[in-house]
Design a protein around this ligand. Structure first.
Ligand code: PLP
Length: 433
């Protein structure tokens, strides 16, 4: 039997424990939603004030150079690169995940079709994050391609000779299931296709080795496990074998001036910047970029404590503990596990199904009742068919402790045991779930 004392001992032995002090944790809150929006680093308010009240108010245009505004995408990109197995000059922080996916997917389609015009299929996973599928659907319209959606275990069979690009999210946003990036990248290449990875639920949560996997392109999110703040700029990586090409000047479909070889020459004609810089488009949200820097600072503090290896070790210990406690303390209430038990197949979240003989949206109501008690997870609706409703709990090892998990599961147990979730107010649907 697991006990609270046991959980406290795990906290005492946790080498990453000091990192929690870098974040604002709201009172009486156990925050298991860092896979949706990470906590605020304590340095963020003063940094925002400095950027607004000094760099903007007094520095004005001088700050593009003097405060280092202009090369923030590259400087932050270099720091993100260290978390994802890329070289420092191969990543930029910019725009949103959706926009960056548009850029790299359009590039991948152009590259694939330049080599073999008959490649007209994009393969992805049916339960991929919808925005990824929407972006792919749009690009299929303009490039005369079709989008083929398969189940996770059907990817290999789908890699036929007409496939241009395999586009996958490394860790599934619904279930937390993690793909084998190296194996699938190799399979895509063996079939003559390129591979694009979305790291929205990986960067800062699990070790990623883009070069080790020999991937082609990647994008990822700044406001989830990187703790960059709401709407924080995302990031983008291109393998240098692509970004160094000079024979496809409009490889990047959003050919804006920040991606120009000489933006301040104000030439009439577009010439792409060499390397990753050509994947920039226009002026960046500088305040948001500087806040992302506060999130990345915590990863610097994690480095001497073991970095991503230690983060992964703790993440698995946290999710293992959560699964074990749910199965022990909440048995008999119809909860099921949607997340793989196998470590190599699990990201940093645990998703539960609820088979309550059951009213519709029971899972939604349980999550709302938990949130009212300060245990913040979220709910992802199923499709009424193969995909069940999910209660989703994210575990950010930088700030979640083992005792937190004990209390979160005790609240879940109480909500189910007392039937508190049946109260009508927990059925009210908000715009953001
Ligand atoms: C969170 C997430 C996004 C978010 O895209 P935005 O453009 O930032 O809204 C995209 N893809 C995946 C897989 C995500 O998990």
């Amino acid at each position: 039997m697991m006990t609270l004392t046991h959980c406290r001992r795990l906290d005492d032995a946790d080498l990453l424990r000091p990192l929690r002090a870098h974040f604002h944790i709201p009172p009486d809150t156990i925050y298991l939603d860092g896979n949706s929006l990470g906590l605020m680093p304590l340095t963020a308010p003063a940094r925002a004030a400095q950027v607004v009240q000094q760099e903007w108010a007094n520095g004005l245009t001088r700050s593009w150079n003097a405060a280092g505004w202009f090369d923030l995408p590259q400087r932050l990109g270099a720091r993100i690169a260290a978390l994802i197995g890329a070289n420092a000059d191969e990543v930029v922080a910019a725009d949103t995940t959706s926009v960056n996916l548009f850029k790299v997917l359009s590039a991948a389609i152009r590259i694939a079709q330049h080599a073999s015009p008959q490649r007209r299929v994009i393969v992805s996973e049916r339960s991929n994050f919808p925005t990824d599928l929407y972006i792919a659907q749009g690009l299929c319209q303009t490039h005369g391609c079709t989008l083929e959606l398969v189940e996770a275990d059907g990817v290999l069979q789908a890699l036929r000779p007409d496939v241009a690009v395999l586009m996958l999210t490394h860790v599934n946003y619904r279930t937390g299931a993690m793909h084998d990036m190296a194996a699938l990248s190799a399979a895509a290449h063996a079939a003559g296709a390129l591979v694009v990875w979305d790291l929205a639920h990986s960067a800062g949560a699990v070790p990623v080795d883009l070069h080790g996997a020999d991937a082609d392109f990647a994008v990822g999110c700044g406001y989830k496990y990187l703790n960059g703040g709401p709407g924080a700029p995302a990031f983008l990586w291109a393998h240098p074998r692509h970004s160094a090409r000079t024979d496809l000047p409009f490889m990047q479909a959003l050919s804006g001036w920040w991606g120009h070889a000489a933006p301040f020459a104000f030439d009439m004609g577009y010439r792409p910047a060499p390397g990753i810089n050509q994947f920039l488009c226009g002026t960046q949200p500088i305040v948001s970029l500087t806040l992302l820097e506060c999130g990345l600072d915590v990863f610097d503090a994690a480095q001497p404590l073991g970095g991503m290896t230690a983060i992964r070790h703790k993440s698995l210990a946290l999710t293992d503990l959560f699964i074990a406690l749910v199965e022990e303390r909440c048995a008999g209430f119809g909860l099921g596990l949607a997340t793989p038990r196998t470590h190599a197949e699990r990201g940093s979240q645990v998703s539960l199904t609820l088979d309550s003989d059951a009213e519709n949206s029971a899972g939604y109501a349980v999550v709302q009742a938990l949130i009212a008690r300060g245990v913040i997870g979220d709910f992802r609706a199923g499709d009424g068919k193969a995909q069940p409703d999910l209660l989703r709990f994210g575990f950010t090892p930088l700030y979640i402790g083992f005792e937190d998990i004990w209390h979160a599961v005790e609240q879940l147990r109480d909500v189910l045991h007392t039937g508190a979730w049946r109260a009508p107010q927990w059925r009210q649907k908000n715009a953001v779930t």
